[in-house]
Design a protein around this ligand. Structure first.
Ligand SMILES: NC(=O)c1ccc[n+]([C@@H]2O[C@H](COP(=O)([O-])OP(=O)(O)OC[C@H]3O[C@@H](n4cnc5c(N)ncnc54)[C@H](OP(=O)(O)O)[C@@H]3O)[C@@H](O)[C@H]2O)c1
Length: 359
């Protein structure tokens, strides 16, 4: 694409993803930071660069939707704990494009009429992305599938140590750690979590043309067998310290597209309901993509998990990548036709050269 200059970007929420997105916007040659929305009152009015651990940049954090709209940004990177559809619709109606890691990766048209209308009213675009879901679950498997044929199965699977994810609210409430198995299984947030992964599975099903209709969810839990230190405090014996989910699209009862996660609070003192220990296996932490076909192609991604728990708590590469996937999409989303645009609609999204190497 021809590179446009100075698209004005507002960061919505300054948690791990939000702070990394601010850093990404400041390093991106076509983007300019216009502001940030913050949730905690103690962040209100603070310099946005400082909130992201950088030098002051001269723009200050705001706390209301009206203040964000008044900034008249080209794009908002929307990364709060949980999405609020009304809020997103208001941003879109105001003319701001929205890029987000909290949903809308492959939305059901029957459930998104209001958001589409908001896009048309504002002449704006909504794009859902991330890494998992988003990117590794569908965009990269689709890319790999192009070099194989007669595909019988597509799998994207994460193996991560969640002790490195310093987002206690997400780890506890969205991912379901630290409570009883019953609480984890009953949590309404499991539906929110599964919604994103199921959408990714449906995107691969649709583009590859499988005659799959349902997506089956399978969940397994591991509990601590001794106290485990974690970002949500000590997980006591008997409490949830490992989660495995599989979302399988089925044809004739057999999986054809699978998204799966193996989230473990380390590899010690964890046992499944059958009493067996849970580990990552010999290959360690990773993301795997496998397209079974002619030929079968496997891609393993390393580098998205930190070198150590301590390093991950300072800056987690998976969170930085999630933010970067949002930031990289901004120029393409701003140039897109109004509406909800997925990876299937947008051109190839790429990052940019480091500032000191750029032309
Ligand atoms: N798709 C993917 O691959 C992917 C990957 C990672 C994360 N995510 C999602 O991205 C979102 C942000 O993740 P994160 O790692 O940045 O989490 P985080 O570090 O916990 O940050 C959460 C942010 O939400 C704000 N917040 C807390 N309670 C809120 C509320 N009631 N209403 C509105 N905002 C609230 C927090 O504000 P304060 O900072 O002011 O407290 C914080 O800025 C989460 O929804 C997470 O599930 C997606």
């Amino acid at each position: 694409m021809s590179h446009q200059s100075s698209l004005r970007v507002v960061q919505w929420a300054t948690g791990g993803v939000g702070r990394a997105a601010i850093q990404g916007v400041l390093a991106h040659p076509e983007l300019e930071l216009a502001g940030a929305w913050v949730h905690s009152p103690d962040k209100a009015g603070r310099d946005v660069g400082e909130l992201a651990g950088l030098e002051p940049v001269g723009v200050h954090a705001v706390t209301s939707l009206a203040e964000v709209v008044a900034l008249g940004a080209d794009c908002v990177v929307y990364a709060p704990l949980v999405p609020d559809e009304e809020e997103v619709a208001a941003l879109l109606r105001s003319g701001a494009n929205v890029v987000t890691p909290v949903g809308w990766i492959f939305p059901d048209p029957a459930r998104t009429a209001a958001l589409r209308e908001a896009c048309l009213e504002g002449g704006s675009t909504l794009h859902g992305t991330g890494i998992h879901p988003g990117g590794i679950t569908e965009r990269f498997p689709l890319m790999v599938s192009a070099v194989t044929g007669s595909v019988t199965h597509v799998r994207a699977e994460e193996f991560s140590d969640i002790r490195t994810y310093d987002a206690p609210d997400v780890v506890r409430h969205v991912m379901g750690f630290g409570g009883t198995v019953e609480e984890a299984e009953a949590s309404p947030m499991a539906r929110l979590l599964g919604g994103g992964f199921k959408a990714s599975v449906r995107m691969v099903v649709a583009e590859l043309g499988f005659r799959a209709e349902e997506v089956r969810t399978t969940a397994e839990n591991a509990v601590a067998t001794a106290p485990i230190d974690s970002p949500i405090g000590v997980i006591e014996p008997g409490r949830v310290a490992g989660r495995r989910f599989r979302w399988d699209a089925l044809v004739d009862g057999e999986p054809v597209v699978t998204a799966a996660v193996n989230w473990l609070m380390g590899e010690e003192h964890l046992a499944g309901t059958d009493g067996r220990p849970w580990t990552f296996g010999a290959d360690g932490e990773r993301f795997e993509i496998e397209v079974t076909g002619d030929p079968t192609v496997r891609l393993t991604l390393h580098g998205l998990q930190p070198e150590s728990v301590a390093a991950g708590l300072v800056r987690n590469p998976g969170i930085v990548s999630t933010a970067n996937h949002c930031v990289s999409a901004i120029p393409y989303v701003c140039a897109a036709e109004p509406g909800i645009r997925t990876y299937l609609d947008l051109p190839l999204i790429a990052g940019r050269a480091a500032p000191h190497l750029a032309r």
